[in-house]
Structure formats: structure tokens, C-alpha cells
Design a protein around this ligand. Structure first.
Ligand SMILES: Nc1ncnc2c1ncn2[C@@H]1O[C@H](COP(=O)(O)OP(=O)(O)OP(=O)(O)O)[C@@H](O)[C@H]1O
Length: 608
């Protein structure tokens, strides 16, 4: 079971201790049964006395407690590691992979899967202890009557088989329910983000509720109910098998084989002792099945630190950042591949651990190998071009049924110089933001060369390249703290910038923490600019930054802030639709449906 492998991977020593303690406990439990048996048996055993009973009970108590403590620690440690690994995994995953997964899937994994897995992992300690007790009791049964033992074990295996057969279907239902969870989370996302629209439009709201939110919720409920009922059948079947076995032994086997009374008493005692742990295990199985599904889902998300595209392995982060940046793009192409899942984003080649191929490290991956990530200009194993990817400069192809055609940007050829302001312009969806993600190092070109000060950029130095740029994207996030900037005098620096950007009356900073971020969109963008200016990096990238600013401050931005950055030798990239300011650019890059238009010698020709 993937769940157990996961727990063992956290600490096999801990598991080994817990298992040994559990087995001792199980054996002590069995011995307890012999003690009771010796007292109530028609031929009382002289060895059975209260001191031995008390000593055995103490062993049962201590070993049970010890394995419970060890396994609880282990389970919580596993959950902690999982949370830590998922958190870092999200940060480490390439942006394009996260974009393809979508926020709703990420949220479902970070909340639902982790919660489900926690429940499953937390159930494992008691399951282990119960299993040890069952082993102990069955061993005792084997000693008192090998015949009864054989029948009992046969019947137990039969009921396990019945439960397992039904559990396969139940597992599949839980898997489907988990997929529906993604949809439900997507609907909840629409509720929170689209609350204004839903409130304003009754018919849309009703339709949305019925078809999406309630639809997914109903489906989830039905799947869970069906799974629960099927599992109850499985439990019933298991119980029936056990009762039938008991009847067979008590009323058939005992008479047929003339089993002595002591053996029968021992058997009854053992089954009484067994019923509790067996029931416990049965009740925990749904939790374990759901946990197994959650773990597989987490692995499928490819967010684990073990994945070969782990960005923490990217190079160049420890190099000194450049002070002036000349960025050159030569025949650079980039394509989105639609939204198929699971995706195999670009990433550095697998490290030494992956030398045997990722499939060797994870048997589940071997079952579901990740598709190759086709790149423009690359060929498939048969030597022909791979599907979906247009050759450089060509429009995207419409792919097979159910897949959305991607978008292609390029080939891009441009040079961005220090002390130069470049405007990137073009219609909606022409690829400006995609170019911004390339220029800031969030995406890597799929073909062509992007270089910084003459050094080609790849996975080996992408972190170094990213550190050259301060970017404010259209969908930027504002942190309340100035993470990573806590240097002496930071408050004064920030407050001075807040004054300059005319928002000091709305927000202040104390110990690197902003007093508020409940601001208008324009004010929030000014705060983002504060962070960017604090970074003082050689490249500044603004994606439609001025669009939400009042006319007066827009003037300040284009005439003063950009001029100041140019004067300080910064390489400035401004994505804008505002043609009133095009004449202020040193260079204009115009995009049209992903293609770069022939450079216009006079930037002013775009001006009104
Ligand atoms: N993560 C993504 N996955 C797949 N396709 C994407 C993704 N992001 C953008 N696209 C597609 O790429 C194209 C270019 O998008 P981009 O955001 O670069 O355009 P833009 O020029 O910035 O547009 P706008 O002016 O409207 O902001 C669009 O057709 C869009 O559908």
C-alpha cells in the first residue's frame, strides 16, 4: 500500500520499533487469553494466578502505549513533512506547470488531500496495534487447536478477499469523488472571485448553483454515499463469513471432531478478544482507502520535491547579480500546450537520482508515465515533428478532440539595453504577458537563445537571470511583510518611497510590516512599485502598471519614474496599451497574435 510505503519512507526505524512493540503487545494479549483460559477451563491450570495476569496486563499496557506514542509521532511527522514538501513543491514547480494545474487543483491538494492523508496516517497506529493483537491471538489459537486455527485463518482470508474485491470498486469511487472535489473547489473559487457578478445576476446565479456548485456537491455526495454503502456490504460480508465460521466450528467441527471443551473455551475466548481489533480495522479501512487515493493524487500533481523538474535545483542563485543588464532574444519561441493533464513541464534534466529514469523511483509513475513535453523544432522518436507544436513562427495547430489548441509566441528577436526604455505593445492576447514571463525568467524559451550580458540563459543560470529583474505583473500579489528585505533602516526607506508615490496618507510601515493592504487597485500597484524600487535591480518590467492610475499619476509614471530609471541605467520594459505615451519609448516592440512585427525605426510614429 502506497500509504505504508510513505510512512516507512519517513522513518523505517520508528516503524520497526512500533511493530516490535506492537508484536510484543499482541503476544502479551494472547498470553492474557491463556491466563483467562487457565482460570475458567474445566481443568484449572495451576500456573494461572493474579500476579502473572497483572504482569501480562502491564506488558500489554506498556507496549501498546509505546507503539501508540511512536506511531503517533511518526504519523504527525509524516504529515508535517508532507505539508512542508507540498509547500516547497508548489514554490519549486515551474510556473507553467502550476498554471496548467490551476488554482483549484492546487487548493484541493493543499487542503483536501492533506486532510484526508492526515486522517489515514493518523489511523495507521491503531491499525498496526490491532493487527499485532490479531496475530498474537491467532498464534495462541494455533497452539491450542491447529484445526480450529486452520479453519479460522481460512475464513479470515476469505473475508479479507471479499472485502478486498468490493474495496477495489470502493477505491475507484473514492478516486472519482476526489476528481469531483477538484470541480467543487473550482466552483467555490468562482463563488469567492465572482461573488459580485453572481449577486448581480439572478438567472446566472441559479444556473451556476444548479449546474456547477450543487451539481458537483451532489455528485460528490452520491459517490461518497455509494462508496460508503458498498463498503458496508463488504463489512457485512466479512462479518457474515466470521459468524458462519463460528457456527461451523461450534456446531459442526466441535461435534464432528469431538474437540475437547478446553479447546472450545479457548476458541471462544480468542474470538471474543479478536472481535474488537477486527472491527476497528474494518472501520478504519475507508480512511485508509481515501488516504491512498489522496496520496496518489498528490503524486500525480508532480509537486513533490522528488520530481525531476524541481526548481530548487535550478542554478545561479548564489552568483552575484549583475549591475547592468543587456538582454538579447535571438529567434526565441514559446508555446502553450493547451490544458492537458498531467503535464510534464520543462525542467532541468533529472539529477543523479533520476539516472535510472524517474519511473524507477516511483512504481506509480511507471504505471502512468509522464508524457514527453514536445518542443518546437524537436522531433519525435519516429523522426517526425511532435504533435501540437507549430514550427517557429507558424500559428498553432488545432489538436485532437478534447484538447485546446495552444498559443505560439515568436520567433522573437530583440535587444534590451541598459538605460533604454522599451515599450511592448499589441492587442489583447497578442502575447505581451507571455513575453514578460520570458524576459523575467519565469518561462524559458523552448527554442532560440535568450542571453544576459552575452551569457545564454538555461536551467543552469536561470535563478541568476531572475535576480536581475524587478517585475510587476498584472496579477501581482502584495505581501504584507517585506519578506527578505529586513535590513536596517528599511522602514525609513519604505516610508520615503510611500511619500514619493503619494500613498503615505493611506499606509505606513513598521518593522517591515505594512499597516494595511486594503487599498484600491491603483494604490496597491503603487505599493508593488515600492517593493520593486526597494529591490533596485538592473531590469524593471511593468505589465500594464499605469492602467489603474489616475491621469496625473500616470503622467508621473511615464514622465518621471521611467525617466529616472532610464537615468539610473536600468533596462526598462513597459507593457502598455496607452498610445499617448508611445513616443516616450526608446524602442517599441509590437506583437500581433504572437508574432513580432517588423521593428519601426521611429518610435514616435506610433504617437498620436
Ligand atoms: N497559462 C496559459 N496557458 C495556456 N495559454 C495561455 C496561458 N496564458 C496565456 N495563454 C494564451 O496565450 C495568449 C497570449 O496571452 P498573453 O497574456 O500573453 O496576452 P497579452 O498580450 O498579455 O494580452 P492582454 O493585453 O489581454 O493582457 C492568449 O491567447 C492566452 O489565451
Amino acid at each position: 500500500m502506497a500509504l505504508l510505503r510513505f510512512l516507512v519512507s519517513v522513518s523505517w526505524r520508528g516503524i520497526a520499533f512500533a511493530v516490535v512493540a506492537g508484536l510484543i503487545g499482541g503476544a502479551a494479549n494472547a498470553f492474557l487469553v491463556t491466563q483467562i483460559n487457565s482460570v475458567i477451563s474445566p481443568k484449572p491450570d495451576v500456573h494461572g494466578n493474579w500476579v502473572t495476569f497483572a504482569a501480562t496486563a502491564l506488558v500489554v499496557l506498556i507496549t501498546g502505549l509505546a507503539s501508540q506514542v511512536i506511531l503517533t509521532r511518526l504519523a504527525q511527522d509524516a504529515i508535517y513533512r508532507l505539508r512542508a514538501s507540498l509547500g516547497s513543491g508548489v514554490i519549486a514547480a515551474p510556473l507553467e506547470h502550476l498554471e496548467r494545474l490551476g488554482a483549484h487543483r492546487l487548493m484541493a491538494t493543499l487542503t483536501e488531500d492533506v486532510r484526508t492523508l492526515s486522517q489515514a496516517v493518523a489511523a495507521i497506529p491503531s491499525v498496526c496495534i490491532d493487527a499485532a493483537t490479531i496475530v498474537g491471538c491467532l498464534t495462541y489459537l494455533a497452539i491450542i487447536s491447529p484445526t480450529i486455527f486452520a479453519v479460522q485463518v481460512g475464513a479470515t482470508l476469505l473475508s479479507i478477499l471479499c472485502v478486498e474485491l468490493l474495496a477495489t470498486r470502493v477505491r475507484e469511487l473514492y478516486r472519482q469523488a476526489r476528481e469531483t472535489d477538484d470541480e467543487l473547489l473550482r466552483s467555490f473559487g468562482s463563488v469567492t472571485h465572482g461573488i459580485k457578478e453572481l449577486k448581480m445576476h439572478r438567472d446566472r446565479r441559479i444556473d451556476f448553483m444548479n449546474r456547477h456548485l450543487l451539481g458537483s456537491a451532489r455528485e460528490l455526495r452520491d459517490k461518497n454515499v455509494t462508496a460508503g454503502i458498498r463498503f458496508s456490504y463488504a463489512q457485512g460480508l466479512g462479518q457474515l463469513t466470521q459468524l458462519a465460521t463460528m457456527a461451523l466450528i461450534l456446531f459442526g467441527l466441535a461435534a464432528a471432531m469431538k474437540l475437547p471443551l478446553e479447546q472450545m473455551i479457548g476458541y471462544v475466548l480468542v474470538t471474543t478478544f479478536l472481535s474488537m481489533p477486527m472491527q476497528n480495522i474494518m472501520h478504519r479501512i475507508p480512511d485508509l482507502l481515501r488516504g491512498d487515493v489522496a496520496l496518489k493524487k498528490i503524486r500525480m500533481m508532480e509537486l513533490s520535491m522528488e520530481t525531476p523538474h524541481d526548481e530548487t535545483a535550478l542554478g545561479g542563485g548564489d552568483r552575484l547579480p549583475v549591475t547592468a543588464a543587456r538582454i538579447e532574444l535571438a529567434d526565441v519561441n514559446y508555446s502553450y500546450l493547451g490544458d492537458q493533464l498531467p503535464a510534464a513541464p520543462m525542467g532541468p534534466p533529472p539529477g543523479p537520482r533520476g539516472a535510472g529514469g524517474p519511473d524507477q523511483r516511483d512504481p506509480e509513475r511507471a504505471e502512468h508515465p509522464r508524457p514527453e513535453h514536445p518542443r518546437p523544432g524537436h522531433t519525435g522518436p519516429d523522426g517526425r515533428g511532435l504533435p501540437h507544436m507549430p514550427p517557429p513562427g507558424m500559428p498553432p495547430q488545432v489538436s485532437g478532440a478534447g484538447e485546446r489548441a495552444g498559443f505560439h509566441l515568436g520567433p522573437m528577436n530583440l535587444v534590451l539595453q541598459p538605460g533604454q526604455v522599451t515599450f511592448v505593445v499589441g492587442g489583447n492576447g497578442s502575447g505581451k504577458s507571455t513575453l514578460a514571463k520570458l524576459l523575467s525568467g519565469l518561462y524559458l524559451p523552448q527554442s532560440g537563445t535568450m542571453s544576459l550580458n552575452g551569457e545564454p540563459i538555461g536551467h543552469h543560470n536561470i535563478e541568476w537571470f531572475r535576480h536581475a529583474t524587478s517585475a510587476i505583473f498584472t496579477d501581482f500579489h502584495l505581501f504584507e511583510d517585506f519578506f527578505g528585505y529586513l535590513r536596517p533602516g528599511i522602514d525609513d526607506e519604505v516610508n520615503r518611497l510611500l511619500q514619493q508615490l503619494q500613498i503615505a496618507h493611506k499606509v505606513s510601515v513598521h518593522d517591515g510590516k505594512l499597516s494595511s493592504i486594503a487599498l484600491s487597485q491603483g494604490q496597491r500597484k503603487r505599493l508593488a512599485l515600492v517593493t520593486a524600487l526597494l529591490e533596485d535591480r538592473p531590469v524593471y518590467l511593468f505589465d500594464e502598471w499605469a492602467a489603474d492610475q489616475e491621469p496625473q499619476f500616470r503622467e508621473t509614471f511615464y514622465h518621471e519614474i521611467l525617466a529616472e530609471l532610464r537615468r539610473r541605467g536600468k533596462t526598462v520594459i513597459v507593457i502598455t496599451h496607452d498610445d499617448r505615451y508611445f513616443h516616450l519609448a526608446d524602442q517599441l516592440v509590437k506583437l500581433d497574435f504572437g508574432s513580432q512585427e517588423t521593428p519601426v525605426p521611429e518610435a514616435a510614429s506610433y504617437a498620436r
